[in-house]
Design a protein around this ligand. Structure first.
Ligand SMILES: NC(=O)c1ccc[n+]([C@@H]2O[C@H](COP(=O)([O-])OP(=O)(O)OC[C@H]3O[C@@H](n4cnc5c(N)ncnc54)[C@H](O)[C@@H]3O)[C@@H](O)[C@H]2O)c1
Length: 456
């Protein structure tokens, strides 16, 4: 009988990894330190919003075991995939305490055990783990790096139909063992050393974040010169050397990966004495991009004091309830600081966002969120929001202004539906078209506020 696969961590990566391996016919044992989460999973409830995950866990229930007990996992599993969180520390470095906890729990008795690192860890971590294992007399325990590239919202497809699988090892036989298992995914397998595998993950995320900040700066210039960034991106992206992906201008990237991984790579370079200038700019552009909406609102409404702004979408992207580093959180706090009354809606992430949104009126219902609002801001491109420019929304709003932070809507359709429209990097409605009058004394404040907005 085949040994079960072990998974450490029941978050996005751990649950998707476990469910997919179970679906491929393996017995899987998933361990988390969070007893509430394990109890929920045992009761058949899925603690995260990830399309298809509930169904996959349900149909493979017989092959899945959930536990809080690491000894049980290490006794039964041969390959142990480490999928614990590696959040940022205050310094911007990766917090590896959960990874070290797993390493320190490893028993000495098991001889066929292999630790397979899926968590995103800074280059050099594998070397440090290997040294710690050797120092404990655990040279027989294999260590392999297998970074994960899935994206929330499409995680199962990304795992099952990966563009590539990266396997980094110290000894080729150890890499062979993991590659043999991952061959089932029918993706090209990149075999390399452990540090290069770790670097592939960081470099990939840093490159994608760079693409986003690049197109956001192009969008900001488009606004200055009267071009439409959606056409520009389309025209650029058809060049195969550039590609269409990650050229969508918007209110910046967020989520549990890009912000922390880009910051960690920048810090890692800095700790080694190298100033990673490009990444410093990528991060700064992203921070400023999240705030540009405030300038757009002021352009139409003047002072935001006592204005009501509806934030539509709180998750960092659609099809997830993850609000880590979401642009919505930054925007909400900027708007509150401007004296605005902030309402917010999301189809799945209200409860996840609640602890971060003191002072914001959270609404389960979209119409309730836009009711009496001076502006509605699309922060997450949820499908439901494609139907936003409709009569009942216009009637409910005090001032029908839509700020489309994700360029989700067709500007012309929105205008025809009777709304003023502001996108990102595309022609906007003239300010004269606003429905709420702006007192003349605000003109000076408006000029100052626009001057604060970074010009691409
Ligand atoms: N979420 C993504 O889209 C994504 C994609 C690729 C890579 N990654 C990387 O994968 C790793 C996991 O990410 P995630 O989003 O799944 O994190 P997550 O925060 O959703 O889940 C991590 C889980 O690990 C558990 N945990 C902590 N210490 C543990 C321990 N000692 N033993 C067992 N479980 C423990 C936590 O309780 C939590 O449930 C991170 O390094 C992340 O950067 C994430």
């Amino acid at each position: 009988m085949r040994e079960p696969i072990g998974v450490m961590g029941a978050g996005w990566v751990g649950l998707v990894t476990g469910a997919c391996f179970a679906d491929l016919g393996h017995d899987v044992i998933i361990r988390d330190v969070d007893a509430v989460r394990i109890a929920e999973l045992e009761a058949g409830r899925v603690p995260i919003h990830e399309p298809g995950l509930g169904e996959l866990l349900g149909r493979n229930r017989d092959r899945l075991r959930f536990t809080t007990n690491s000894t049980e996992l290490f006794e039964r599993a041969g390959l142990v995939f480490v999928c614990v969180g590696t959040p940022p520390t205050y310094s911007g470095d990766a917090d590896l305490s959960a990874v070290w906890q797993v390493v320190d729990e490893l028993p000495s008795a098991r001889d066929r055990l292999a630790l397979v690192m899926k968590s995103t860890v800074p280059p050099g971590t594998g070397v440090a783990v290997r040294a710690r294992l050797d120092a404990r007399g655990l040279s027989h325990i294999a260590y392999v790096s297998n970074p994960e590239f899935l994206a929330e919202g499409t995680a199962i497809t990304n795992f099952m139909q990966a563009d590539r699988v990266v396997v980094g090892s110290f000894r080729s036989a150890e890499g062979d063992r993991v590659a043999l298992l991952l061959k089932e995914l029918a993706a090209p397998i990149v075999r390399t050393d452990v540090t290069s595998a770790e670097m592939i993950k960081y470099a990939s995320n840093a490159f994608l974040a760079t693409k986003i900040s690049f197109i956001n700066e192009i969008a900001n210039v488009c606004e200055e010169v009267g071009a439409d960034v959606t056409s520009v991106a389309g025209g650029m992206g058809l060049d195969q050397r550039i590609g269409l992906h990650f050229l969508r201008a918007g209110v910046g990237y967020g989520g549990s990966c890009f912000p922390k991984d880009v910051a960690a790579l920048k810090q890692l370079a800095g700790n080694s004495g190298y100033h990673f200038q490009l990444l410093t700019s990528v991060i700064e552009v992203n921070e400023l991009q999240k705030r540009r909406v405030v300038g757009k609102l002021r352009k139409h409404l003047g002072s935001l004091r006592d204005r009501t702004v509806a934030l539509l979408g709180l998750a960092f992207k659609p099809d997830t309830n993850d609000v880590r580093e979401a642009s919505s959180l930054v925007l909400a706090s900027r708007l509150l600081a401007e004296g605005a009354h902030v309402k917010a809606w999301d189809p799945v992430a209200i409860e996840d966002a609640r602890p971060h949104l003191a002072g914001v009126q959270l609404c389960e219902d979209l119409l309730e969120a836009v009711s009496e609002a001076d502006a509605a801001v699309i922060v997450t491109e949820w499908n439901d929001l494609k139907a936003l420019p409709r009569l009942e929304v216009r009637t409910a709003m005090k001032n029908p202004l839509i700020v489309d932070g994700r360029n989700l809507l067709d500007p012309e359709t929105v205008r025809q539906a009777g709304f003023a429209y502001e996108g990102i990097g595309r022609p906007s409605s003239p300010v004269e078209g606003r429905l709420a009058p702006q007192p003349p004394e605000l003109a000076g404040a408006l000029a100052r506020s626009l001057a604060e907005v970074p010009a691409g």
